[in-house]
Design a protein around this ligand. Structure first.
Ligand code: PNS
Length: 159
């Protein structure tokens, strides 16, 4: 049985993340979405809010669970007996950083493999950072995030 982790900040979850979730859920037995609980990072959504949005979004996927973690990804992977890390690649610019993380993680935990899924072209430009930037000015984020979370996001900026 292959258990994979799809780790990330998901602040907030985007359509690009959702696409990677649906596609990776088809290729592994179990997918755990691991929301990074990074207290030093100034997050728009609390970790509980992010977990709850992801749970709502993945309700229809029986082999997907949502959890949060802090500390090193490799330690979390060992703890939950996951052997695969899933990461999405949007462009070459993502690759350098992702390669470094994947190699480091593999070096310190030989059982862990990172699988990269390339983002669908229509989502290649989307990032949580762009979503927040647009939303902070009241811009249209309807193409970037799941419809049901648009209100939550705008509300954070007082719209
Ligand atoms: O969505 P993000 O912010 O690009 O996700 C980055 C994430 C959470 C995958 C990465 O920062 C991570 O794994 N953090 C946990 C701490 C860790 O293991 N760092 C070592 C990387 S070499």
């Amino acid at each position: 049985m292959t258990r994979a982790i799809y780790p990330g900040s998901f602040d907030p979850v985007t359509n690009g993340h959702f696409d990677i979730i649906e596609r990776s859920a088809k290729i592994v037995d179990e997918l755990v979405i691991g929301v990074l609980n990074n207290s030093s990072k100034n997050s728009l959504f609390s970790v509980d809010e992010r977990v709850s949005m992801l749970k709502e979004l993945t309700m229809h996927l029986p082999n997907v669970t949502v959890d949060s973690f802090d500390g090193l990804l490799v330690d979390y992977a060992k703890r939950i007996h996951a052997t695969i890390v899933i990461r999405g690649l949007r462009a070459v610019t993502d690759f350098e950083y992702e390669l470094q993380i994947a190699q480091t993680n593999h070096e310190v935990y030989k059982d862990i493999e990172t699988i990269f899924l390339t983002t669908r072209l229509e989502y290649a430009y989307i990032s949580s950072t762009i979503v927040k930037e647009f939303a902070s000015y009241g811009g249209d984020i309807s193409h970037f995030v799941p419809q049901q979370f648009m209100g939550h996001i705008y509300a954070k900026y007082g719209y």
